[in-house]
Write a protein that binds this ligand. Structure first.
Ligand code: 5GP
Length: 122
């Protein structure tokens, strides 16, 4: 899948659409999810044009990957989530219902998050 520069997160990174910003540096932007699923629900994005984790993990530079991983840990700590705990999640592709084709991690916290995967609905 090629990168669509008009996806919603690309527009947020370019400042064309506002966001409730949590963190920004040269390589990373983080902001609150517009439709939070937990008391704390932060999206963490590399600024580079990567469609998904598959793309980011293969194409990003070591500097971008290091900056991203460090930022996720720092954002979780600054949100006060280290002690009570948190979950990080990335959706890739159709089976994971990825909606926005710009790689991002979800950082969930602020309550007991239950088990990892929701059981299938009967
Ligand atoms: P995905 O399914 O791609 O992993 O998740 C995309 C996430 O982006 C969803 O949780 C959705 O609520 C969030 N989202 C979609 N559009 C916007 C937006 O314009 N602003 C913000 N802050 N979050 C958005």
């Amino acid at each position: 899948m090629s990168y669509d520069p008009n996806n919603i997160f690309a527009k947020i990174i370019r400042g064309e659409i506002p966001c409730n910003k949590v963190f920004e540096d040269d390589h990373v932007l983080a902001f609150h999810d517009i439709s939070p699923q937990t008391p704390t629900h932060i999206l963490v994005l590399p600024k580079g044009a990567y469609v998904s984790f598959a793309d980011f993990s293969q194409q990003a530079s070591p500097e971008e990957i290091a900056a991203f991983v460090r930022a996720v840990g720092r954002i979780a700590a600054e949100a006060g989530l280290v002690e009570p705990g948190y979950r990080i999640l990335a959706n890739h592709g159709v089976h994971a219902h990825q909606e926005v084709p710009h790689f991002h991690l979800h950082l969930f916290g602020g309550k007991d998050l239950g088990r990892m995967i929701k059981p299938p609905e009967k």
